[in-house]
Design a binder for this molecule. Sequence first.
Ligand code: DX5
Ligand code: ZN
Length: 217
Amino acid sequence: ARPVKLAPSILSCDFAHLADELGAIAGADWAHVDVMDGMFVPNISFGLPILAAARRASNLPLDVHLMIERPERYLKDFAAAGADSMTVHVESTPHVHRAVQQIRELGKRAGVTLNPGTPLEAVRPLLGDVDLVLVMSVNPGFGGQKFIPASLERIRTLRRWLDEMGSDAELQVDGGVSSTNARAVVSAGATVLVAGSAVFGPGGAKAGLERLREALK
Ligand code: DX5
Ligand code: ZN
């Protein structure tokens, strides 16, 4: 089996104690950083200064999920603020391929993603040029939503396409992932699990991360 990476989403953490929260997930593989602009999604989260603060407080690779209109305007800034990977939505720009090229030119891992209502074909032309494909298993904008069951079939299809191409791109899943469905998501072919509310819940993030790891054993 392929190694599975865990990427807690700091969207659900206590921002008044960001450094402590990042410390609690030091045993994770990546920290997932959700940037929302109130335009592409109906919520505003945070932007460059918080990413820079996370960079100072953690050694984890910072995996930045850009839920913003025309992300190409800010790729350079997010790279400078400490992003190790940047994932853009196919719905957020008419030039998603150019955005992916720009991420790689900045020396960062390039990811592409799509909303649950967008046909998978929208990412197919990009698969040879990305390091990561993200399947959204909720409608982006908020933490704590329920996993959309039809996502499993979408993960399987992308798994098949990547395997057929011989691609070793990561297949990431984001939204409603918890210890109750983590195994099924990995069985469908995911290699990176994002989890916000399931990690930063009652009992603390260290225990939350441990629950997720246990569920995958
Ligand atoms: C949703 C974000 C997710 C979110 C996941 O728009 O992209 O990364 O933090 O939160 P949970 O795991 O609570 O669904
Ligand atoms: Zn996300």
